[in-house]
Design a protein around this ligand. Structure first.
Ligand SMILES: [Cu+2]
Length: 235
């Protein structure tokens, strides 16, 4: 059943995508149960009154102890659901947002009206040094190696953008003035959409780039080509 439900999402290709999907369904099912119970409580007297022509509904202020009890029970149930969600979701969020692993591959992704800019480490393998290579082309691809811990530094040059790769189950706002670190480990090679999920101006929809997950060899080759291009550009 769970697998069938999950199949309505695009294929999950990160080490934590299944965990995120489980979280999604846990919250959806819990909230649906609450929704059905609330509807039942609201609609039952309405329907009954309509058909049985019961006398006018009584008005309760809720101050009476007997009535107050029902307010407290509803509140307690709501709080309990919230805590249950917090408890279940915390390990997943901590894993994605706080426990950033040592990067096998480190890259910066910068949002700008209206393109995603990728900054790769240069030949020294270190990001933020003089030999970094920057790819700033419309609809360009972010190339990362498969089965490796990729750490992305998310930034924005102008307004808020949002880095969204559905297959990774990763979505995070890029906020001007901040560097937000996120990570993923993609387990399936392929080309995936990298969208901007925050309306960021009139040409927001132009921010359609791609994530390419490839073998280490192909990734090394891609970077080597970039370095060579950079050298040619300088001449
Ligand atoms: Cu944007």
């Amino acid at each position: 059943m769970m697998k069938y439900l999950i199949s309505i999402f695009p294929k999950g290709i990160s080490t934590y995508s299944e965990e995120m999907d489980n979280l999604f369904w846990f919250i959806t099912i819990l909230v649906s149960i609450a929704f059905v119970i609330s509807l039942y409580i609201l609609l039952r007297p309405l329907v009954l009154n309509h058909y049985k022509k019961v006398s006018k509904a009584a008005y309760f202020t809720g101050e009476d102890k007997k009535h107050f009890r029902w307010i407290v029970i509803a509140m307690a149930l709501l709080a309990a659901s919230d805590f249950a969600i917090l408890l279940v979701e915390h390990p997943t969020w901590a894993k994605i947002e706080q426990e950033i692993p040592n990067p096998d591959f480190h890259v910066a992704v910068i949002g700008r009206q209206w393109n995603w800019i990728f900054q790769y480490p240069g030949e020294d393998g270190k990001l933020y040094t003089a030999d970094d290579v920057v790819v700033d082309e419309q609809n360009s691809e972010l190339h990362v190696p498969v089965n490796k811990n990729v750490v992305v530094d998310l930034k924005a040059k102008d307004v808020v953008h949002s880095f969204f790769i559905p297959e990774l189950r990763l979505k995070q706002d890029n906020v001007p003035g901040r560097t937000i670190k996120r990570w993923f480990n993609a387990t399936v090679e392929g080309k995936y959409d990298l969208a901007c999920a925050e309306i960021c101006g009139v040409l927001h929809t132009n921010m359609r780039n791609f994530l390419v997950v490839e073998s280490q060899e192909k990734n090394d080759l891609y970077l080597k080509n970039l370095y060579e291009k950079k050298v040619t550009n300088k001449q």
